[in-house]
Design a protein around this ligand. Sequence first.
Ligand SMILES: [Fe+2]
Length: 230
Amino acid sequence: MNIINLFPLTIIKDKIKIDDDEKNLMLNEIRNMKKNSKNISFQTATNAWTGDTQGFEFIHKSKNFEKLFLEIKKRVLEYLKCIEIDDKLIDIYIQRSWATISESNERIKKHRHFQSHISFAYYLKKNKNDANLIIFDENYKNEVMPGIFRSETALQKGIVKKMNQFNVTQAIINVEENDIIIFPSKTIHSTQASKSNDERISISADIIFVAKDSKLLEMGLPPLNEWTKI
Ligand SMILES: [Fe+2]
């Protein structure tokens, strides 16, 4: 018997090693951002601090992050290679980037990044026990009995014997310090709520692809210099 699995969600995981000195510069800059938060009431008791909601959404423009973003670009090119998008025919833009800080039981709730094409999370500071990343499915292609793979009672009762690679609807991606995870921006994700964090610090960014030449191209964003502000 053959099992044919079709239409995957592809996520890239890689390591980016950074010297301690450089890392400390970035960490201190991020800690200062938190000290200077512009909308601190937005951060509720169990929500992590997220720089994009506090006035710090362009960290890719900071000198201290320059080298890291050069390394990230290499991984973005690898992602494009994987899905057969020709990077010579597109321009790649980082439109937004920010840091997150999670302390104790703070978490990042389920969300997606609506305004971009691919996103990443880079773990600048992460201890073994800090929260990992959770990725959620929303197509449930194998869920022949609607809702059955999302039902705790189905597991309790044993009608679903166990979760496996064919029926899973959410997956934990274990990450370590220096790991980068790249995924389609539209993918729903969160951090683990059950963990206690010891100043877990990650960096995220939203990336957009724009066609260098949109002639005879129906899909994709046309070059920015052809846009007219009205
Ligand atoms: Fe996110």
